[in-house]
Design a protein around this ligand. Structure first.
Ligand code: HEC
Ligand code: HEC
Length: 343
């Protein structure tokens, strides 16, 4: 009886191990390629010096989800950048990193990064490939050194194989780590929202979404510029100074007083999922964001000229705008198994 049971359970085990395309998609080179959706501008980063391959992408994804990149092996990039939340940190106003330490800023969504001329809320990082260095070495995020990361990865047979698959031999160095993560991050394209389908003529807005879109074009799109929903400029959108952090924004990088309290305009793609909002995560709902623009603007010397008198919106306008903003949710992107952990 015992023997029979053993045979039976090992049978199940074998079945569970066979590759089920629903659970374990097999990535092909076709699944990993540079995409420039129709009508979008030329990206800032392309894969010319970092040839995109499925093995490079898989290595990058494995690194992205591996807590080994942090000092105590508990925090991965994916801890703060969660796919279902557009790769932002759901429900966390500011980042929570190693040893439970708090940062001072909200983890932004990660999507369509190749179009970003700069990264971070203040544009403090200017290269997609160098991007991982900041969180890995940040004392309140992963608090690790590249030398240690390389030592840990080099001790792993799994990584020797993954690096060999991606680069032809098992040499593990910073450049390869950064290039592989860039292949994963740089192919996190979100371009399948309802908005995109409306633009390509495949679907239509409801009348409420259409009226929200019309308002958006008039009142928001100068900064949240289509199709990426950001102009990638730094602007002061009138938030009160958060005394907890006194974050000077862009001025932190440039030292220029005219840049004080200016932050990079964030994309609004997947905005329904990326709460909490603003660089310090002060708002939890889209309604609060709109209330800020209608009645919360604080005037200061660097306020954006377009926002001097706030933006007037009726209650109806606000619900129409929110209906439109929800058309930017890209469910395909948020659930795409190629981008998930454990694949
Ligand atoms: C502890 C939480 C945390 C971890 C871990 C973390 N990040 Fe972040 N990430 C943040 C925060 C917070 C910001 C914004 C920082 C700022 O503006 O100064 C950010 C910003 C970014 C951005 C810039 C996005 C943009 O639009 O400007 C990218 C890309 C990014 N992180 C990738 C990564 C990668 C890759 C890793 C792993 C190597 C990682 N992050 C680990 C919290 C985290
Ligand atoms: C003058 C430029 C400008 C205009 C006009 C503007 N925004 Fe913004 N918006 C910004 C900037 C800059 C931020 C980021 C501020 C920060 O993080 O401190 C932002 C942040 C947001 C956020 C939070 C995004 C996130 O991921 O945290 C939402 C939502 C938003 N804006 C919606 C709108 C809507 C809707 C309109 C029109 C009613 C609008 N904005 C008009 C510049 C602008």
């Amino acid at each position: 009886m015992k023997k029979l049971l053993f045979i039976f359970t090992s049978g199940i085990y074998l079945t569970a191990c066979s590759v089920d395309p629903e659970i374990k998609p097999i990535i092909t080179d076709e699944d990993v390629k540079e995409i420039i959706p129709e009508g979008w501008p030329t990206p800032n980063y392309n894969f010319g010096n970092n040839p995109l391959t499925k093995d490079g992408f898989i290595l990058g994804r494995t690194l992205f989800y591996d807590p080994l990149l942090s000092a105590d092996n508990t925090i991965s990039c994916g801890s703060c950048h969660q796919q279902f939340a557009g790769f932002s940190h759901s429900g966390h106003d500011v980042s929570h990193g190693i040893f439970g330490l708090l940062g001072t800023r909200n983890a932004p969504a990660i999507q369509n990064l190749n179009w970003n001329p700069t990264f971070m809320h203040d544009g403090g990082v200017i290269s997609l490939e160098m991007m991982p260095l900041a969180p890995i070495t940040n004392p309140v995020e992963m608090n690790e050194t590249m030398a240690n990361v390389i030592t840990k990865l080099s001790a792993s047979g799994k990584y020797k194989q993954l690096f060999t698959n991606a680069f032809g031999d098992d040499i593990i160095n910073s450049q390869r780590i950064f290039k592989a993560i860039a292949q994963f991050q740089g192919t996190l394209y979100s371009y399948n929202s309802k908005y995109d389908k409306v633009k390509s003529g495949k679907e239509g807005f409801t009348s409420q979404e259409q009226s929200g879109y019309n308002l958006f074009v008039q009142k928001c799109a100068s900064c949240h510029k289509e199709p990426l929903f950001s102009d990638y400029d730094y602007r002061n959108n009138g938030l009160s100074i958060n005394v907890l952090y006194n974050d000077s924004g862009r001025a932190h990088i440039t030292g220029n007083p005219n840049d004080r309290y200016k932050f990079k305009t964030p994309s609004l793609r997947n905005i329904e999922r990326t709460s909490p909002y603003m660089h310090d995560g002060r708002f939890t709902t889209l309604n609060q964001c709109l209330d800020h623009y209608t009645s919360g603007i604080v005037i200061s010397p660097t306020i954006d000229p377009q926002l001097q008198t706030g933006i007037s919106l009726t209650a109806q306008d606000k619900s129409d705008l929110i209906a439109f903003l929800k058309t930017l949710t890209d469910t395909k992107f948020l659930t795409d198994k190629r981008f998930s952990e454990n694949n």
